[in-house]
Design a protein around this ligand. Structure first.
Ligand code: NDP
Length: 281
């Protein structure tokens, strides 16, 4: 039995992705959420639509939760066929927390915890598994003003450790209030999503050398979507926002492209270094 997993599936785009996978994926779909009550309520909603997702608790910031989930998946299914790394946070523009704190917390969830989730769960990926990392239009390299940083982030030899070091440097700069001087943008969310995009390219390199056949990972900008994160200002429905991610989760066996790409909400592959992007959203 094939199995798909979505992190942060209780609401927003993650919920839309679970819904889309329930409709299209030939296997079991796990809606995971950090909060059991919210997760089970979301599963109950989908069941009312005649869909049959399963639920498991998963907080990507909690290594115990990740390990428990790993053990469960290993025992019940032996492997994973689809992993959608959707869970993330974003401070509102009106947030009053100091920027250094925003940088630390945003990078902690959106980059370092996503990375931990991958380190924990990638050993379970079956041949032909598909991984989708939710990036953003804010995760395009063009969002980084500093030329030296741009060069480092887009280096084809960049390693995970080097990328993580750059993110630690961003948090330090932000804490000292000199991140803009150091070439970073004034948005911790944007930096976290640039890191998710860069990580995706590194991960595909590793997949290409993996003995398991045909592992594919892509980063996706879902569009500007009507969710809590955007304070419901985005014009797209969660189903529209889920479309490209679901497409990437279901890429056929031995697909030539996209592999290790930055993919826009309309499914176009976008050049992460040179652009242009099909639109602001
Ligand atoms: P929401 O804020 O609506 O939902 C985020 C989801 O992530 C919630 O289910 C939330 O759970 C979950 N989550 C947060 N922290 C954790 C954690 N530690 N462990 C597990 N789950 C967690 O966001 P969206 O649906 O709008 O965004 C989904 C993804 O799409 C994100 O990666 C976002 O950055 C990206 N994106 C969104 C855009 C948009 O226009 N909406 C545009 C570009 C990218 P809980 O309910 O418990 O808080």
């Amino acid at each position: 039995m094939k199995v798909a997993i979505v992190t942060g599936g209780n609401k927003g785009i993650g919920y839309g992705i679970v819904k889309g996978l329930c409709e299209k994926f030939n296997g079991t779909v796990y809606l995971t959420a950090r909060n059991v009550g919210r997760g089970e309520a979301a599963v109950a909603e989908l069941k009312k639509l005649g869909l049959k997702p399963k639920f498991h608790q998963l907080d990507i910031t909690d290594q115990n939760s990740l390990d428990t989930f790993y053990d469960y998946m290993k025992k019940e299914y032996g492997g994973i066929d689809v992993l959608v790394n959707n869970a993330a946070i974003a401070y509102k523009v009106t947030a009053t927390e100091p920027f250094g704190e925003q940088a630390k917390n945003t990078l902690h969830v959106n980059y370092f915890s996503l990375l931990n989730a991958c380190h924990t769960l990638f050993p379970l990926l079956n041949p032909h598994a598909r991984v989708v990392n939710l990036s953003s239009s804010a995760g395009h390299l063009a969002r980084i003003p500093g030329q030296k940083l741009k060069k480092k982030l887009s280096s084809p030899t960049l390693t995970e450790d080097q990328l993580s070091d750059l993110m630690k440097q961003f948090i330090e700069s932000a804490t000292e209030g000199k991140h803009q001087q150091d070439g970073w943008p004034n948005s911790a969310y944007s930096v976290s999503k640039v890191a998710v995009s860069a990580l995706t390219f590194i991960q595909q390199h590793a997949f290409d050398a993996d003995p398991r056949e045909d592992l594919v990972v892509n980063a996706v900008h879902p569009g500007y979507v009507d969710t809590d994160m955007t304070s419901h200002k985005g014009p797209l429905t969660i189903e529209e926002g889920a479309d490209a991610a679901v497409y990437l989760a279901l890429l056929p066996i031995n697909v030539k492209s996209p592999r290790g790409c930055y993919v826009w909400s309309n499914r176009d592959i976008v050049d992460w270094v040179k652009g242009p992007t099909p639109g602001p959203y």
